[in-house]
Design a protein around this ligand. Sequence first.
Ligand SMILES: [Zn+2]
Ligand SMILES: [Zn+2]
Length: 525
Amino acid sequence: MEEGKNYSDEEGENEDIIPEDPDVLGHNLIKSSANGDLKEVQSLLKRKADPNFTDKKSWTPLMWASSQGHTEIVKLLLDKNGKVIMNDSMEKASNNHTPLHWSSFNGHLHVVWVLIKQGLDPNDIDKFGNNCVHHAVAGGRKDILETLLALGVHTDHKNSRGHMPSHLTSDEAIKDMIQGAYKAKKCKKCLSVFDIRNTKHLCQVCKKYYCTNCKILSWVFINYDSVEEERPVLRCLDCQTLVDQAEYQLQEAIDSNSYTKLSTLIEKVVNENINVDVKILYKARREVERLKAEIDINAFIGTLQYVENYKTIQKSVHVLSQMLDDCTKIGIKIDQKIIDKIHKETKRLLSERNLRHQISIISLSDGCPELVKTIEELIKIAEENEVSLNYITKAREITEKMREVIDSHAILRKFLDYPIREYPDLTPIDPKKKPNPAEEAKKRKKEPKIQIPSWAEELPALIKQVDALEQILKKSQKLEIPNTFIDQAKENIARMKKEIKYRQMEEEEARLAAEKKQSDKNKKK
Ligand SMILES: [Zn+2]
Ligand SMILES: [Zn+2]
């Protein structure tokens, strides 16, 4: 009753549940325990089915689940039953068969472990005088027999028909195991003689027999993800020392973060079949996988320090991110430093790729201020991401050249926009004839006035532009300036030079005129 009340409290269920027929509940519990229907067993127990209900064979749900090998149900029933696995009336009714007898006979190793841990004695005998060894041998189960031999279950016990376990099999391997147990008379370590009180235990590693004082029984995890230590392992002191040492070394190697150390040790443990804790071995294997993955990633990053063909960069970046994804997929937790490194390298590689792509596709004649700006942006990003200086310098040179090309176009445009005028031939035809400034000025005055563009109003500004264009033209080959442009530029430079001379002369005349005016003024005074 107490237990039933607890369930309700735990689950917070309604107290007003209509009680079900205990007989029906009990039979259903027997049926679902035998069939392995864990959910139904849980539900029936919650509805207060009696975990110790017996059917007409006098079998309990635990007996059925054990004989059929439904480990989870066995554990659940043991949980609900408390320690009451068998009582006297049950034993009598079931021919003294315990759940351990049936699970040994039917070969359910895990159930055997659970029942032994729960306290069932493998030396118990059924109505016919058989202990668990008889059952395991008759059932042909070497693994269960090994567990029983390790736990010191008597192998020389005769059943009521006078049969020793060895009589119940024709399997040579099983016979050998039993013979080995018979033949062991003294403890391998302390040489104490085995008898009814000084039981013999099979070391599951070296397969020799030891007394109670010279062995260690450990309950260990079955799988790396087990939550409970459910597997009994018996070792002699020497074998136990080997396991302890190997476990200690594994842990040390895990902490060392050394791939070589750890992988060598795992290989040794596996090759020498050292039965270390499955959780430590699993952890060590995961660590080795992680360290290997990190080594591979680092090596791959190493190959990307210099990339011959920038077109391969995107693929390499993809491979790098794939390597990281693969680790995540199989649950390998890569060191944060490596992850940061991958991200940094990815940024560097992509900005290198973008810069190299841009400088490989442009031609200087495409130059426009927007393109210069684009390349400058790419240079800035590349610098931030520590791209090799080679590419940055190359990109800078290109933008420099591009700027000059752009300048040359701008200057030529200004020259073309500069109004055309007829320049009188200013060189005297006859060298003997003295130039007559007055006459020449007269000649020029016939020319119509032109509108000088504002940028050229100051003569030095015009001179400067002519110089600049001439300087650029000197580098025409390097700047890939086409011949048509050079011809046009030269033609206009010549015209602008004439213009300069013309304007210089005009200025000179104006200056002379002003001087004359001044001196006339002075004379008047
Ligand atoms: Zn001993
Ligand atoms: Zn041993």
